[in-house]
Design a protein around this ligand. Structure first.
Ligand code: NDP
Length: 293
């Protein structure tokens, strides 16, 4: 067996679409010397064996890895100091890059994948953004979203204190370092549901679902009135059928509705570029993936 130079590590991993995506990217550069012989495979790590698995891959000459559920925080710790700014802000690593001196750098391309996908549909500068959820995916998205200079960014979570914690830990230091006064606000879902009058509700131009509610088929307790005219609704989840959040947005009259398949392909494109220095075209791969699911 030829040893893979790139892998995606997770548990479970058999469902991962990353090998298909990276094979499609590599095919775009078939004649390029960096990419000739590009081998990308799935690597199952035992739940208590991430470090041993990634170390074994590294010792065998691995050059790069994607890390997925449930190991992104463990990968962050495995890397130690060599983290990009966005990985440090995310507190999680989804991409490991072998450096010229043999050490490993940890990056997080999830938020960049989200932003590049959003930018295919809407300019984020000057927009009022609402991020729903305060888990790992929301944390990874926060800094890349702030860097787009929206008019404001609010984070709403079922557990409001976690939204506040996210803003304290990620947004506050960034705002301080940049010297910007961009308004950020932590909300509970109660703040998004005014069943009687809807008069106290703020409106948002971009509403991003980073909760895992769609995974269990649940709707979010939010009022239709939070969507501004011409708003865009984005669900990080994706699937063959419309997600519950996007169905909710459609019923609220939102015309622009986008699921997270483009984020998945986008984060992979960022990783591919980190490893090879080559920027793959996302659109044809996204279209092909859409036909596969
Ligand atoms: P986490 O488990 O880290 O966080 C889950 C979040 O969802 C928390 O904020 C939690 O709130 C909230 N939540 C869970 N259930 C409900 C519910 N029934 N109603 C309201 N809120 C709920 O998950 P991740 O952040 O890792 O993932 C979130 C979503 O993003 C998933 O659907 C995942 O598939 C998707 N994702 C997509 C990617 C892509 O490439 N397209 C990449 C990464 C993630 P609380 O704090 O109150 O518990």
């Amino acid at each position: 067996m030829i040893h893979p130079t790139y892998v995606v590590i997770g548990n479970p991993i058999a469902h991962s679409k990353s090998p298909q995506i990276h094979a499609a990217f590599a095919a775009q550069f078939a004649d390029h010397p960096y990419v000739a012989g590009f081998i990308y495979q799935q690597l199952l790590a035992p739940l208590d064996g991430f470090s041993a698995t990634v170390q074994g891959f590294a010792d065998a000459g691995g050059r790069g890895a994607n890390v997925t559920v449930p190991f992104k925080e463990e990968a962050f710790r495995w890397v130690g100091e060599q983290l990009t700014e966005r990985a440090a802000a995310a507190g999680a690593v989804n991409t490991l890059v072998r450096q010229a001196n043999g050490t490993w750098q940890g990056d997080n391309t999830d938020g960049a994948g989200l932003v590049t996908d959003l930018l295919r549909h809407i300019n984020l500068r000057g927009q009022r953004i609402l991020l729903l959820g305060a888990g790992g995916a929301a944390r990874g998205a926060l800094l890349p979203l702030l860097q787009q200079q929206p008019q404001s960014l609010s984070v709403a979570n079922r557990t409001q204190s976690k939204a506040q914690q996210l803003l304290d830990e990620v947004a506050a230091p960034w705002r301080h370092a940049q010297g910007v006064s961009l308004p950020v606000l932590a909300l509970g879902f109660d703040d998004l549901l005014d069943e009687v009058t809807a008069t106290n509700l703020s409106q948002y131009d971009v509403v991003i679902n980073a909760t895992s509610a769609s995974l269990s088929g649940e709707r979010l307790p939010i009022s239709d009135a939070i969507f501004a005219p011409n708003a865009l609704a984005y669900d990080m989840m994706y699937g063959k059928n419309q997600t519950p959040f996007l169905a909710q947005a459609r019923e609220a009259g939102v015309q622009q509705r986008v699921d997270g398949l483009g984020m998945l392909v986008g984060q992979a494109a960022e990783a591919f570029e980190l490893w090879t220095g080559l920027r793959p075209e996302v659109a044809p791969v996204l279209q092909w993936m859409r036909e596969q699911i």
